[in-house]
Design a protein around this ligand. Structure first.
Ligand code: HEM
Ligand SMILES: [Ca+2]
Length: 310
């Protein structure tokens, strides 16, 4: 059946209804990442921003319409999340082979895994069978997704509200081993961390000076920076090594080593042992992918990821 009757996700979900599904997703993602390495990061992030708002239900992919305000307009997403054209390309390839069978929410989960692997990260089996929402939540997008200048406690609370713990927080933050960020996402740390016109002194000051050259006090909001200056397109543990050298880009990155002994210990472990990081990353991604999916006859299988079926 095309419906997820059992109410839980499992990797073999499309084995009878669309056995080519995983291969199709992988080949479109591979082409997109070959065109532009950053796309791996962008696709990985889409799954996160979907799952943290009403669960992994592809709510993020809906465009605004007469009856709906798109999550793409939220503070965290506007001028920032990208990769929707690649999702469209995957969906149309799937619709040709297996009409109305593979959900957009599952496409996001598979594309996140394929992107991680293509960037050199760990592989895992993706549980499948999510269905697509018929609504979106702009307020959920504004409130549930952590912001780069949030405090450690706020970020941990936002993870806990989604059933994720401190280990998941540190591990999944390791995604910032790939991809880019805009000046506006970390400017505060360079000039005025606590409202006293002083920089964040938990940031290496040589690194801060380099960042200031292309992230001025005002203007240049959209200027792009790599998040892991050591190996910006390679999925590895250098993100954690950077944190220990006070060279995390966001406040939300650096607080993992400055505010909590348990997260500091994990960062040290991952900085020393890539294998343990990879193993836990796979587990935490599966856990994130399980945030309240729509199953059974709830939701639908969209024909076009940008709009609900009429
Ligand atoms: C822990 C809280 C987190 C915060 C505060 C945070 C914040 C951010 C910010 C501000 C950016 C840059 C956006 C921009 O400037 O346009 C970013 C990029 C990114 N984030 Fe996170 N993030 C968090 C967790 C995660 C998680 C859990 C994942 C994936 C599982 C993730 C994956 C990514 C990726 C891959 C990028 C680069 C995207 C690209 O280059 O297009 N982040 N994040
Ligand atoms: Ca969602």
């Amino acid at each position: 059946s095309k419906s997820n009757y059992y109410g839980y996700l499992y990797p073999q979900f499309y084995d009878w209804s669309c056995p080519q599904a995983k291969e199709i997703v992988k080949s479109v993602v591979a082409k997109a990442v070959a065109r532009e390495a950053r796309m791996a990061a962008s696709l990985l992030r889409l799954h996160f921003h979907d799952c943290f708002v009403k669960g992994c239900d592809a709510s993020l992919l809906l465009d605004s319409s007469a009856t709906l305000i798109s999550e793409k307009r939220s503070n965290t997403n506007r001028n920032s999340v990208r990769g929707f054209e690649v999702i469209d390309e995957i969906k149309s390839a799937l619709e040709k082979e297996c009409p109305q069978t593979v959900s957009c929410a599952d496409i996001l989960a598979l594309a996140a895994r394929d992107s991680t692997v293509l960037a050199g990260g760990p592989n895992w089996e993706v549980p499948l069978g999510r269905r697509d929402s018929r609504d979106a939540s702009l307020s959920g997008s504004n409130n549930n997704i952590p912001a780069p200048n949030n405090t450690f406690n706020t970020i941990l609370t936002k993870f806990k509200l989604k059933g994720l713990d401190l280990v998941d927080l540190v591990t999944l933050s390791g995604s910032h081993t790939i991809g880019n960020a805009r000046c506006t996402s970390f400017r505060q740390r360079l000039y005025n961390q606590s409202g006293n016109s002083l920089p964040d002194y938990t940031l290496d000051q040589t690194y801060a000076a380099q960042l200031r050259t292309r992230c001025p006090k005002s203007g240049g909001d959209q200027n792009l920076f790599v998040m892991d200056f050591v190996s910006p397109t390679k999925f590895d543990n250098s993100y954690f090594k950077n944190l220990l050298a006070s060279r995390g880009l966001f406040n939300s990155d650096q607080v993992l080593v400055t505010k909590n002994q348990a997260t500091l210990a994990l960062v040290k472990l991952y900085a020393e042992n890539n294998e343990i990081f990879f193993e836990q990353f796979a587990k935490s991604m599966v856990k994130m992918g399980n945030i309240s999916p729509l199953t059974g006859y709830r939701g639908e299988i969209r024909k076009n990821c940008r709009m609900m079926n009429s």
